[in-house]
Design a protein around this ligand. Sequence first.
Ligand SMILES: Cc1ncc(COP(=O)(O)O)c(C=O)c1O
Length: 397
Amino acid sequence: MSSYSKLITSIQESKTLAITSLIKKLRAEGQEILSFSAGEPDFNTPEYIKFAAISAINKNKTKYTPVQGTAELIESIIKKFKNENNLFFTNENILVSTGAKQSLFNVMMALCNPGDEVIFQAPYWVSYPEITKIAQAKPIVINTNTKSNFKINPEQLEKVITEKTKIFLFNSPSNPTGTVYSKSEIRELAEVLISKDIFILTDEIYEKIIFDGEEHFSFGSIDELRDRTITINGVSKAFAMTGWRIGYAGGNKGIIKLAKNLQSQSTSNASSISQAAATAALKGNGNEIKKMVEEFDLRRNYIVKELQSIENLTCPKPKGAFYTFFDVSRYYNKSYNNFIVSDSISFCNYLLNEASIGLVPGVAFGNDNCVRMSYAASMKNIKEGINRLKKSLLKLS
Ligand SMILES: Cc1ncc(COP(=O)(O)O)c(C=O)c1O
């Protein structure tokens, strides 16, 4: 048989999706696993959004739509960007895609040439390095740790910029760390970028899930960077709509045109029914989001207090998203029953076997000292999970 694509053979399966399917498999075999690996809200899509989708079906809105998205959805996105992000777009600046993941993919493909460099920080969302590689560019990773609350500073950014740098890829609030950059921190990073010929790709998918009065600030609203910032967002996280697959990009019309051409030759338009649902979501009054964020906040406070009380863990308090990301490396080289914990994967395997709880190894996000625990899980399961975690950690010596 002839050989497969070298490029695609080098791409790894999404490690978070792989963990979720392992947990599903163990459950199917009868094991009672408490999973804290979810990358999606555990809430249902609000009724008014579901109603809009049902009504779209009944009105036979079941045909192809323009590749770019329906006129109604594009109009709602333009309004959202203007009112909430201080970003001023017209139709040609917007592309609706099948999830924010596809939005990122399209834009990276539209911008990168072989040998270009894409800068982002670790811990990063699992897909960043792989999408960068598919776009034939090179990931340039700036490492961070708990000491800086998983944030980079302008000096670190400046240091890694070369003539090959094409994109600075930014994510706040962050998956996996929950870190939120303040307006002034973003402005400081922007100062480095203003004098350089680099695109900024900002992934704002967790924008609405933010705590402690923090305010989300969009990179693209900085005047000097407006023309070369592409803002990615979607409805998956804010509206508990992960399965509907709607994401969108807003930015320079030349880039959006290329991304649209690419999409026209791959998936065409995002689902017509999901687009009707997303339009309703964006037109809503935000009450459902508020309730969801309040519930996440209760869980976050509980979980962080408990994790911080465990002597050998270091857990910075996340300010956004629905994840805690904590350093477990002081357990490395400890063992129980001849099982040695030596890295984030063996740490998670230990907890899966010993406590039947599922966390995601930090190595999937580029940091092998940490693990990710999602609190998109019921308070009852979180309490039980934390008890099991504590008991199992006490056994390690
Ligand atoms: C940081 C980040 N960006 C983008 C996405 C993709 O979201 P979507 O479901 O819209 O493809 C995710 C999903 O987990 C994410 O965590």
